[in-house]
Design a protein around this ligand. Structure first.
Ligand SMILES: Nc1ncnc2c1ncn2[C@@H]1O[C@H](COP(=O)(O)OP(=O)(O)OP(=O)(O)O)[C@@H](O)[C@H]1O
Length: 262
């Protein structure tokens, strides 16, 4: 589904990514891991369109992604969440989710003026019904009318995920979905990601620092270090790799003893 070939990205003299290649199969949960500054978010940004690599190619569903704008990438089924939450704090949960769905609606301002005679009303009703499904799935009914900014961190992460699901993605990019969560919130989020993948058939590319989660829910993992790929494979194999262990030397959260979730 996704083919990253020889991607290199530089910021002035900083080599954020050097000659990175990997592929992600349809319906896979694929994790990108690595120490701080390894280039994980840069890689996700190249896929989502925020950054443009100087070299290499990224193909999604047979299409050259680098020729597509950011908005185009959402329209062809690429959704994402951010490392730092990107919600409209003063808007209600439901309105935040509707923002995600906006580009799917065919009616524009002019056709919208014929709201009652045209298809706009039906389209909006269908959109609302889809959103109700997402709200049920992520168990956020009780906060649907609350301003997003008033919610706990874990709930805000769920609302952000809901908004990303609302664009009906085939590929979901998740940047540290568990960051800042307590164990219970992590367990919930791991369950949502698995269900997203198994029930909705969404392919997932995830950056995550919690190794327990990564090993538990990923089908395959690639490891970046100083902008280079140093390992790729099944989760249990990758965490036993000597080069990976060396890259993580001294990093506290690299431990399989963490409470396992999922
Ligand atoms: N917009 C930018 N301008 C300049 N340098 C950048 C930019 N974005 C990333 N970098 C640099 O690229 C390198 C990789 O950063 P990146 O954020 O991709 O790493 P990361 O693996 O996601 O780290 P973390 O786990 O801390 O989020 C770092 O040296 C970073 O300073």
């Amino acid at each position: 589904m996704l083919d990253v070939e020889n991607v290199s990205l530089r910021f002035g003299g900083v080599k954020a990514l050097t000659d990175i290649s990997f592929h992600v199969n349809e319906n896979e949960i694929f994790s990108l891991i690595g120490p701080n500054g390894a280039g994980k978010t840069s890689m996700l940004n190249c896929i989502s369109g925020r950054y443009r690599p100087q070299e290499g190619s990224i193909t999604y569903d047979g299409q050259d992604l680098l020729k597509r704008s950011i908005n185009d990438r959402a329209a062809i089924g690429i959704g994402r969440t951010f490392q730092n939450l990107a919600l409209f704090g003063h808007m209600s949960v439901i309105d935040n989710i509707l923002v995600g769905q906006h580009h799917l609606l065919k009616n524009n301002f002019v056709t919208g003026m014929f709201y009652w005679v045209g298809g706009a009303q039906k389209e909006e009703e269908a959109a609302r019904a889809d959103i109700e499904d997402i709200i049920d799935f992520l168990e956020i009914q009780h906060v649907r009318n609350e301003p997003a900014g008033s919610l706990s961190y874990g709930l805000r992460k769920r609302v952000e995920l809901a908004r990303a699901i609302a664009i009906k993605p085939k590929l979901m990019l998740l940047d540290e979905p568990m960051a800042g969560m307590n164990l219970e919130e992590k367990e919930d989020m791991a369950r949502y990601i698995i269900e997203l993948n198994e029930q909705y058939g969404i392919t997932v590319v995830m950056i995550e620092h919690d190794m327990g989660v990564v090993v538990d829910i990923s089908h395959r993992v690639a490891v970046l270090d100083f902008g280079q790929k140093i390992a790729e494979g099944l989760p249990h194999e990758v965490v036993e790799d000597e080069q990976v262990k060396t890259a993580y030397l001294g990093v506290d959260d690299f431990s399989l003893d963490e409470e396992e979730v999922g």
